[in-house]
Design a protein around this ligand. Structure first.
Ligand SMILES: *Cc1c(COP(=O)(O)O)cnc(C)c1O
Length: 423
């Protein structure tokens, strides 16, 4: 079934969710420089320079350039002292890389439900988690799709319980909360330069902190933990996590364009908001007073009353088209028919088979009875809203094509395609 068959001309060039945006000569010049000087290794002027730029941009005193954001998060988790059996509270609606590093160290994630205002970790649920799981030793919170969460409140909860906050700012580089850049709220923070992030090195990441000793430790761990000695002397486990000087060249060429990328992403977000405003949908929300997202991905959430029937099992989705209604599956499939790429919301980590034995805490301090299937019978909280907010957003939401190179005309067609799903 495909309701708008033949109504639009498929895009000749695929409209991507989010693909790298190059600035030609600038990145190449830094790579060329590395070649010319033969710094084709994990040290050199590009690595030094991107560390300086990132530290300044994010407002942390120290930056350590690494092979990827996941490596940065791993070293954050190690710096927080997480070891076998330690509980770590983490965002529930996020990319799996937010939490994988906790597993690397033998820690046990406890998933904290999401709030509707910013789609990030709910500070009320985090507070509840500390009474349910007094053993929680650190908190990892992500800024979903480039939108800062309620970082003040989350930080206050962490401080009150004396645990380390790790901010996963992989998606939100360039965003800010109450005037302070994201990636600076945790004691240890991570950013990413993966191919689809707001700026990219093809891969790459960075650990950011104000703690000099921690930065030095991370730097040492990331280069195989060599001690100061004339030979290879080792007292600790080492990692080969340093960023390549060639990749750093790409990142260095991209950094001057960060603000421009954000402006373009914001324009895309605003165009969707305008173009979809009379549909029964809402864009991914943010606190317009407190925060300035980087608008990495534009998303939408369908009103419950405008959802057609949709069921998802572990691997597949089905839906039944209905007049005046739609669902993420229908919109994603229809976009794909026309050669445009959307994406489901990150499936909540608490509902992943990998984490079926892990805790999950809602704003009411419960939620251990987990379900994967979200249906009309989903449990409601005392406020009348769904108790499992993450699953509700997964069920009703999706990420829209948000590529910087998408033209206004292409975006207008994407908007028309979405509208046709609600016909
Ligand atoms: C991309 C991403 C990461 C991981 O970054 P890599 O550089 O791909 O390792 C971590 N957390 C979130 C939320 C991300 O989106």
């Amino acid at each position: 079934m495909f309701r708008s068959e033949g109504r639009f001309k498929p895009f000749e060039k695929k409209v991507w969710l989010c693909s790298p945006t190059r600035h030609g000569d600038e990145e190449l010049a830094y790579i060329q420089d590395a070649f010319d000087k033969n710094w084709i290794t994990t040290a050199g002027a590009n690595v030094d320079e991107v560390e300086k730029i990132a530290a300044e941009k994010v407002g942390c005193r120290f930056a350590v350039a690494l092979g990827c954001g996941t490596a940065a998060l791993h070293l954050c988790v190690k710096l927080a002292g997480i070891g076998r059996g330690d509980l770590v509270a983490t965002s529930d609606v996020s990319f799996s890389a937010t939490v994988n590093p906790v597993l690397y160290e033998g820690g046990i994630p406890v998933f904290i439900d999401t709030e509707y205002d910013t789609w990030n970790m709910d500070p009320r649920a985090l507070e509840k988690a500390f009474s349910l799981y007094p053993g929680i030793r650190a908190v990892v919170c992500a800024d979903l799709y480039g939108t800062p969460g309620k970082l003040d409140e989350l930080k206050a909860v962490c401080d009150a319980h004396g645990v380390v906050l790790i901010e996963d700012a992989a998606e939100s580089l360039g965003g800010s909360y109450k005037g302070k850049p994201t990636g600076s709220f945790g004691r240890f923070n991570a950013i990413s330069f993966n191919g689809n992030k707001i700026i990219t090195g093809s891969s790459g990441g960075m650990l950011l902190t104000d703690d000099r000793e921690a930065a030095e430790k991370a730097r040492k761990w990331s280069t195989q933990s060599r001690e100061h000695a004339p030979w290879y002397q080792h007292e600790e486990t080492g990692y080969n996590y340093r960023m390549s000087n060639l990749i750093a060249g790409v990142v260095r060429g991209q950094f001057p364009h960060l603000e421009e990328h954000i402006a373009r992403k914001k324009a895309i977000y605003q165009r969707y908001r305008e173009g979809l405003k009379d549909l029964p949908v809402q864009m991914n929300p943010y606190d317009q007073e407190a925060s300035e997202p980087n608008f990495w991905l534009s998303c939408l959430l369908i009103e419950p009353s405008a959802m057609c029937r949709q069921v998802r099992d572990e691997k597949e989705a089905l839906y039944r088209p209905e007049e005046g209604k739609s669902c993420p599956t229908e919109i994603l499939e229809t976009l794909a028919r026309y050669n445009a790429e959307g994406r489901p919301i990150w499936k909540p980590l608490h509902s992943q088979p990998l984490y079926r034995m892990n805790g999950f805490v809602t704003r009411e301090g419960n939620g251990r009875a987990k379900t994967n299937a979200y249906s009309d019978g989903a449990p409601l909280g005392q406020d009348g809203l769904p108790l499992d907010v993450g699953l509700d957003i997964f069920q009703r939401g999706l990420c829209l094509p948000s590529d910087i190179k998408m033209t206004a005309e292409e975006q207008d067609t994407v908007i028309e395609i979405i509208r046709s799903c609600f016909a």
